[in-house]
Design a protein around this ligand. Structure first.
Ligand SMILES: Cc1ncc(COP(=O)(O)O)c(C=O)c1O
Length: 439
C-alpha cells in the first residue's frame, strides 16, 4: 500500500508484513542488517529533484547553473551523483571542497563560500582552480588577492551581499538581513566599497554578486524583493564603477516538506520567481540578464532522507506525557534543538497500525533538550520497535557529532530494492583513533 505521508520519499509504501518500504527496500530488514540509527536516502528521489531543478530552469533560460549546497549533506557518493546529474556545487569550507575534489567533482563547477575561511582553505580553492570564490568580507577580498598573486592565478570571484530583505522563516536561520554575520550590506554602502575594492585587485576578476536571503522559505515574495534590490545595486555599480555583473547567484532556501501539512512553493515556482524576476528587474534597470545561479540544499535532499531508530525505553509520566527514548538523538539531528524544527514519526515495523496516542520522542543524550519530536502520533510504542523520522535528509548527518561517545550513523542509498552503504557507521575505535595516550 502506498504511504501518503508527504515528508517521506514518494517511493514509500507498506508491504504485506505491515513494514515501511522505501525504494523497494524493507526498512525493518535494513535496520536489522545495518543497525540503528540509520540514515536512508532514496537515491532516485535525489536525482529526480536535481532533474526537476535543471528542467525547470532550462525551460526558462539556457544560461544558468544549479549549485547544490554541500552543507545540507555531502559525501563522496553524493558528489559523484551530482556530477552525473550535471549539477554544480556550493562548498562552504576547505573540508567540503576536499570532499568534492576527492570525488573528482569538476573544480570549474564549484562555488566556494564561507565567512571565515582561513588562508589554507582559500589557497586550496585557488590552487584547485575552483570556478568561483564568493568573498564574504573586505578582509577576504584582500586575502584572496594575496593568495592569487602568490599562485600566479587570476581568480574569478563574486561578492556575497546582503540585500536587507527578510525571508519568512525561523529567526536563527535568517541570513539576508542587514544585521548578519554573512555578506556585506548594500544599504550602508559597504557592498559598494567592496565591489570597488575587488575591482582594484590585480589578480581577482570580479564577475558577479551573490545573495542568500534565508532558509526553509515557503513564500517566494522575498526573492522578488531581493532581486529588485540587487538590480538597483548592479545598476549603480555599473554606472559609477563600470562593473559588469555577469553572474547573479540568488542562493538557496526553497522550503522542504518536514510535516504532513507543509506545502512548499515547489521547484518550478521557484525557477519562475528567480528567472522571471531577474529578467524583469534587468529590463527595468536596463542591464543584460546575467548567468543565473541558485544553491538549493534542503529542497534536494531533505525529503529524500529518513532516519531509523530503535525504541529503547518507554516511560510514562502519569497525567503528563510518555517519553519514548530512541537509539540516537541530537548527535544525528541537531535541528530540533538548534531551530525548534519539527518532525513527525512512524513505526517502520508497524506502519499499518492505527495511532494510539501522542508521544514525546527523546534522544539518548545527556541533555533535557534532546527531544526529536515533541508530539508524535503513534501506535503504542514498545522497546524494540523501529521509529522513523521522515525528512531528515538535510542538515542531519552534516551537523552530526560524537556527543556522549555516540558513533555517527551509517548512511545508505536505496534504489530498486537494493541498498548501498555510502557512509560506514563509525566504530568505537573510530572515536579514539585521533587520541594520544599520556606517557
Ligand atoms: C550561502 C548559502 N547557500 C545555500 C544554502 C542552502 O540553503 P537551503 O538548504 O535552505 O536550500 C545555504 C544554507 O544555509 C547558504 O547559507
Amino acid at each position: 500500500m502506498k504511504i501518503t505521508i508527504p515528508p517521506l520519499p514518494s517511493s514509500s509504501r507498506t508491504n504485506d508484513e505491515g513494514h515501511l518500504e522505501v525504494a523497494g527496500c524493507d526498512v525493518v530488514a535494513l535496520a536489522s542488517e545495518f543497525g540503528t540509527p540509520l540514515i536512508i536516502y532514496d537515491e532516485e528521489q535525489i536525482r529526480e529533484h536535481c532533474r526537476t531543478y535543471l528542467q525547470s530552469f532550462r525551460a526558462r533560460t539556457d544560461d544558468f547553473e544549479i549549485a547544490y549546497a554541500s552543507k545540507a549533506f555531502t559525501c563522496l557518493a553524493m558528489c559523484q551523483l551530482l556530477a552525473e546529474e550535471d549539477m554544480s556545487l556550493d562548498v562552504a569550507s576547505g573540508g567540503e571542497l576536499y570532499t568534492a575534489l576527492k570525488a573528482w567533482f569538476p573544480p570549474e563547477k564549484i562555488y566556494m563560500h564561507g565567512n571565515a575561511n582561513n588562508t589554507e582553505e582559500l589557497a586550496r580553492g585557488i590552487r584547485s582552480e575552483v570556478g568561483h570564490i564568493v568573498a564574504d568580507s573586505m578582509d577576504e577580498i584582500l586575502a584572496l588577492n594575496r593568495i592569487a598573486v602568490k599562485n600566479s592565478r587570476r581568480q574569478p570571484v563574486m561578492i556575497r551581499v546582503t540585500p536587507g530583505v527578510e525571508a519568512h522563516t525561523h529567526d536563527f536561520i535568517k541570513t539576508g538581513k542587514q544585521d548578519s554575520k554573512f555578506g556585506i550590506g548594500i544599504a550602508d554602502d559597504r557592498a559598494f566599497s567592496a565591489v570597488a575594492l575587488a575591482m582594484e585587485q590585480e589578480n581577482l576578476e570580479l564577475v558577479g554578486l551573490h545573495m542568500h536571503i534565508g532558509s526553509q522559505i515557503f513564500d517566494l515574495e522575498p526573492y522578488s524583493q531581493a532581486l529588485a534590490v540587487m538590480a538597483d545595486f548592479m545598476a549603480r555599480c555599473q554606472q559609477e564603477l563600470g562593473f559588469d555583473c555577469r553572474v547573479l547567484d540568488a542562493g538557496g532556501g526553497l522550503g522542504a516538506s518536514y510535516l504532513s501539512g507543509d506545502q512548499p512553493a515547489g521547484i518550478d515556482s521557484f525557477a519562475e520567481v528567480v528567472v522571471g524576476g531577474t529578467r524583469r528587474e534587468m529590463e527595468r534597470v536596463g542591464l543584460p540578464v546575467p548567468h543565473i545561479v541558485v544553491e538549493p540544499g534542503r529542497s534536494i535532499v531533505a525529503n529524500a532522507g529518513l532516519t531509523v531508530y530503535t525504541v529503547e525505553t518507554v516511560k510514562e509520566i502519569p497525567g503528563i506525557r510518555t517519553y519514548v527514548a530512541v537509539s540516537g538523538g541530537m548527535s544525528d539531528n541537531m535541528r530540533p534543538m538548534l531551530y525548534g524544527a519539527r518532525y513527525e514519526a512512524l513505526l517502520a515495523n508497524r506502519a499499518t497500525e492505527q495511532d494510539a496516542g501522542t508521544y514525546t520522542i527523546a534522544g539518548k543524550h545527556c541533555e533535557s533538550g534532546d527531544i526529536l519530536v515533541k508530539e508524535a502520533q503513534l501506535p503504542e510504542p514498545q522497546p524494540g520497535d523501529l521509529l522513523v523520522t521522515p525528512a531528515t535528509g538535510a542538515y542531519g548527518y552534516s551537523m552530526s557529532s560524537n556527543y556522549n561517545g555516540q558513533p555517527r550513523p551509517a548512511v545508505l542509498f536505496v534504489k530498486k530494492g537494493a541498498a548501498r552503504v555510502i557512509i560506514r557507521r563509525e566504530s568505537y575505535e573510530d572515536l579514539v583513533h585521533l587520541h594520544e595516550r599520556l606517557e
